[in-house]
Design a protein around this ligand. Structure first.
Ligand code: ADP
Ligand code: ZN
Length: 732
């Protein structure tokens, strides 16, 4: 076991270093002058380059020791802890990811390999500036002129036209004050008892359970279920408070950066300062600071995206996964992992508590809770006077709608009602852009992406066609790309922008706000818009799935779903679960304060079992039925699935390899697993690469990963081919 490893290596001794380069295993190096600790982050020579790595153990040797190259230097960050190594190894085993790729996730602090930032800042101090030289006087003048500003050594010396040693001399005299730059400053302390709310009885019971879990110091996972607005956040903030009291760190995962702003405001009011943030919207310098401070235990709470799981926590005691059912927790690029599952793994290794919060849990978590693997806590009513909205169908088979119109007369009059009363209405459609299809009326062809098996989607605000797969954009052509007929391209179907156009015609006096992720350049712009809406700055909100998640609009009393059937098409076995979750969540946006809300679902199939479950609100009934079906089919969470995606610019090559793999299925049959395919992947071509998928279905409780590794290991992967394994794929 790892516990037997020496914790320090003397200078010159042979150590094994795991690097972030795709090389298979570790490489041997000589420990540098001064030696190094196990787990130390180091810079090593690799061919002509310098790369980052971690001291993974004693060298394996087996070659001439004098030929081993030496570690260049040990980086100025805390060594990787044993539990982190354990986590990476087990996550690698689970996802069948090579260790170097795993290590890349754990070294994502930009500039980790750079020399430590020794930057200090300088201000005018208290000391007596008597008897100073001319040079010294110039420095003081600069500092006095720019009173409030602080300078780095270089800036100050340059401004004053002196050498840095002059500034240093003044520091010694006490005339100039030197302090650590804010980028090296720890995060402000958080006060667990600053603004505690009086909890309802339900909340109190739930909070107590979470608190005693944290006090135990053991691992445990809790599913915290409760409709939107029932006060789940308030409950898990109590768990955060307890972690603070126990001096253990917390990670709060949110499914969407846009949600952080609201969370930060609430968090700051509760604990007196903001937590550290970790997501793609955070600057490089700040990310580096967070990474370092988390490692030193000087950041107590981190809020952010799934990659926060790979931060070097010193003493992690709590992980909150808010909206745990959200599909964005699945990383679909590079290392394919589900942050919810990895949170549970990480916590089980370091003895932390996990809180999975959701109004509509994933079937996986629901099943685990039913089976007693997770604790289950429920908040049964909305906080305060808020009540669950009425959810009703609008039968589109009987509504009379002209072509290219999507807002039914029934929905239209409901919206008018709200506007008259000074309330807000939300029109929901889960499609970005103007129209999903651009079709040539002369030749009947749809405009597609040149690189992907996907349609180009018209974005009228941007005045461009956009491929939602690869991001390629081009101006909207006047002629059909296929038959070159002029002015015959037509928009087919509704997107959020087109709906905005329709609403503007139907409600000419209403103030309309459109919320779609691609309409905002920055998280800040989006936040501003959301705040404005919350304060009543709009009558009608038109939005994509972005609005379904967590925003609180107190004046909103009506939600109209334009196409409730949208997610039910296709053969995806998770379609029912997805639609149920999304519709419940969107409906939950209505009536969050004291006014009762209504949700109207436009549907052509009001009798569909999923639509009926949404309308009746019989969640438990829905989960039971859904669980039954999956159990029958032997698919997750009652069986195991893995997807293998093969891709190459050469279509023949991917199919050949796919067929070859399908034939060599002995390692899979040994564990009772079946392989299906190869078939074109859900998206058959992306960025010019053809993609095929093989699906493996296995019974629960078998060593699936080992069998998969044996199976894949039988074939050679050529250079232009790529093979990726997706354990527990999102669609199957
Ligand atoms: P959820 O996370 O389940 O959607 P929230 O925790 O956001 O619910 O609570 C909904 C609203 O009710 C929020 O505005 C929150 O501040 C308020 N709230 C919840 N519980 C309490 C409480 N015990 N005291 C005061 N306000 C509360
Ligand atoms: Zn494309």
């Amino acid at each position: 076991m790892t516990a037997d490893l020496p914790s320090f290596f003397d200078p010159g001794s042979l150590v094994a270093v795991l690097t972030t380069q795709p090389l298979g295993g570790t490489l041997d190096y000589k420990a540098p002058e001064g030696g190094c600790h196990l787990g130390a982050f180091v810079e090593v020579p690799l061919g002509p380059r310098k790369v980052t790595g971690v001291v993974w153990g004693a060298g394996t040797g087996g070659f001439d020791l004098s030929k081993a190259r030496a570690i260049i230097r040990v980086l100025d960050v805390a060594p990787m802890r044993l539990e982190m190594r354990d986590f990476l190894r087990r996550a690698a085993d689970y996802t069948l990811t090579p260790m170097p790729a795993m290590l890349r996730l754990a070294t994502r602090a930009p500039g980790l390999g750079n020399p430590p930032s020794m930057q200090k800042i300088y201000r005018i101090g208290q000391g007596d500036p008597d008897r100073v030289t001319d040079a010294r006087r110039r420095v003081i003048e600069v500092l006095r002129t720019y009173g409030g500003l602080s300078f780095t050594l270089k800036e100050l010396a340059e401004q004053a036209g002196v050498s840095p040693s002059v500034v240093k001399g003044l520091v010694k005299q006490g005339v100039v004050h030197e302090e650590a730059s804010p980028r090296n400053l720890p995060f402000p302390p958080l006060d667990p008892d600053l603004d505690r709310k009086d909890l309802t009885e339900d909340q109190e019971t739930a909070a107590k359970t979470l608190i005693s879990g944290i006090k135990s110091g053991d691992y445990g996972t809790t599913l915290l279920r409760g409709v939107t607005g029932s006060g789940k956040t308030e409950v898990y903030l109590e768990a955060v408070a307890e972690a603070l009291r126990q001096r253990r760190q917390t990670l709060v995962l949110l499914p969407e950066i846009a949600l952080t702003a609201e969370f930060l405001t609430r968090f700051t009011a509760r604990f007196g300062a903001a937590p550290a943030e970790w997501h793609s919207g955070v600057t490089m310098t700040e990310r580096r600071r967070v990474w370092k401070m988390v490692g030193q235990g000087a950041a107590q709470v981190v809020v952010g995206a799934r990659s926060g799981l790979f931060l070097p926590f010193q003493n992690l005691g709590l992980i909150v996964v808010d909206e745990e059912h959200d599909t964005s927790y699945k990383q679909e690029d590079g290392v394919l992992y589900n942050a919810r599952d990895m949170a549970v793994l990480r916590a089980s290794i370091c003895g932390a508590q996990v809180v999975l919060a959701s109004a509509t849990p994933s079937l996986e978590s629901w099943t685990n809770a039913e089976a007693g693997k997770y604790r289950k806590l429920e908040l049964t009513s909305r906080f305060g006077d808020a009540v669950m909205p009425d959810i009703r169908p609008i039968d589109m088979r009987v509504e009379k709608l002209p072509s290219n119109r999507w807002i039914s007369p029934t929905l239209q009059s409901a919206v008018n009602d709200r506007i008259t009363r000074g309330e807000q209405a939300l029109l929901f459609i889960n499609r970005r852009g103007y129209a999903p299809i651009t079709l040539c009326r002369a030749c009947g062809q749809q405009v597609g992406c040149d690189h992907c098996d996907a349609r180009m989607v018209e974005h009228r605000f941007l005045k461009r066609l956009v491929c939602h797969q690869c991001g390629e954009t081009r101006p909207i052509p006047s002629a059909c790309p296929s038959c070159e007929a002029e002015d015959r391209l037509a928009a087919v179907g509704p997107g959020v922008e087109r709906l905005t156009e329709e609403a503007a015609q139907l409600f000419p006096d209403a103030r309309i706000a459109t919320l779609s992720s691609d309409l905002f350049g920055s998280a800040r712009a989006l936040k501003a818009q959301i705040e404005q809406i919350a304060e009543g700055g709009a009558d009608i909100i038109i939005g994509t799935q972005l609005v379904a998640k967590g925003h609180n609009f107190p004046l909103l009393t009506l939600v109209g779903v334009i196409d409730a059937d949208l997610g039910l098409q296709g053969s995806d076995l998770r379609a029912a679960e997805r639609t149920f979750q999304l519709m419940r969540q969107v409906a939950g946006r209505a009536g969050r304060s004291t006014r009762k809300g209504t949700a109207l679902l436009q549907t052509f199939q009001p009798e569909h079992p999923v639509i009926r479950a949404i309308l009746s609100g019989d969640e438990v009934g829905f989960w039971r039925a859904e669980a039954n079906e999956r159990q029958h089919a032997g698919v997750p969470p009652f069986g195991r699935m893995a997807g293998i995606i093969l891709s190459s610019p050469d279509m023949q090559e991917v199919f050949d390899l796919g067929n070859d793999l399908a034939r060599r299925d002995t390692p899979l049959r040994r564990i009772g697993a079946q392989v299906f395919g190869p078939a074109p992947a859900p998206i058959a071509r992306i960025r010019g690469r053809h993609r095929v998928r093989l699906l493996v279905k296995a019974p629960k409780g078998v060593a699936l990963q080992t069998a998969l590794a044996d199976w894949i290991g039988q074939v050679r992967i050529s250079n232009q081919l790529r093979l990726s394994v997706d354990i527990d794929p999102q669609s199957f």
